[in-house]
Design a protein around this ligand. Structure first.
Ligand code: SAM
Length: 228
């Protein structure tokens, strides 16, 4: 069994409320082992030292190595999208290991700005997804900048349906990675030319056209398929 717990308070951790009910449902008793995690990447082996209907005391036995991040930070630079589509992108990108999510304003975009409320909501979605996938890091969701103002260190890959190169064949874990995906209307020719001239490499995600909210997830999926 695994339970969320505040590991900073150790070597003994006191649980109350729903977590105690959870322990009772699992029929755990004094001396039983379990795993606890803090939702910020830390995990530990623990054992039950005392348990009644209202309170449980656990003893932390050994801290375990937490969930690792990718060998180099991965930035997802994604165009602003219509409606609520970015919520799903941010959630999935967090689960798939993105270290930062940079929003972009692009030529063919219908959406050119995002309010403070919506940006705050995206950050909260990232924090929640990070906790659920037990990451030590919550990706920052950065306010939109024009595509031309996007800079990167290391390698940059731009998803484009009209090229032939595959991410897996080009990616090396020797420097930070930036992944760039376009809006519903795609990148303009001028935007693609400018990105390629600045050293970004075009990569294709199969022969079908993906929706703008699918492409970033597929690109990050190609990253995790390398085993990181
Ligand atoms: N009509 C647009 C075009 O011609 O580019 C389609 C844009 S697509 C709906 C939105 C974004 O998803 C694209 O800008 C690109 O970044 C990405 N994308 C969609 N399908 C792709 C594919 N098969 N390979 C690589 N990127 C793709």
């Amino acid at each position: 069994p695994e339970l969320p717990a505040d590991l900073d308070s150790g070597p003994e951790v006191v649980l109350t409320g729903s977590e105690v009910r959870h322990l009772s449902v699992m029929r755990l008793e004094t001396g039983d082992p379990l795993l606890v995690f803090d939702g910020r990447g830390r995990e530990a082996r623990a054992e039950v030292v005392a348990l009644d209907g209202l309170r449980a005391t656990l003893r932390l036995v050994e801290e375990l190595p937490g969930t690792p991040e990718t060998p180099q930070p991965v930035t997802l630079a994604v165009a602003l999208l219509k409606g609520d589509k970015l919520s799903d992108v941010v959630r999935a990108a967090t689960e798939l290991g993105a270290a930062r999510i940079q929003l972009l304003v692009t030529q063919h975009a219908d959406v050119r700005d995002i309010g403070a409320n919506k940006l705050g909501r995206l950050s909260r979605i990232a924090a929640e997804a990070s906790k659920q996938s037990r990451r030590a890091v919550t990706p920052a969701v950065l306010p939109p900048i024009p595509l031309a103002a996007l800079t990167w260190e290391g390698q940059a890959y731009v998803a484009h349906p009209y090229v032939h190169d595959l991410l897996a064949e080009q990616l090396h874990w020797d420097s930070p990675v930036t992944l760039i995906t376009g809006p519903e209307g795609g990148f303009s020719e001028a935007e693609m030319e400018a990105l390629l001239a600045r050293g970004a490499r075009g990569v294709v995600l199969g022969p079908r056209i993906l929706r703008a909210e699918t492409a970033p997830v597929a690109l990050l999926g190609a990253i995790v398929a390398t085993g990181v």
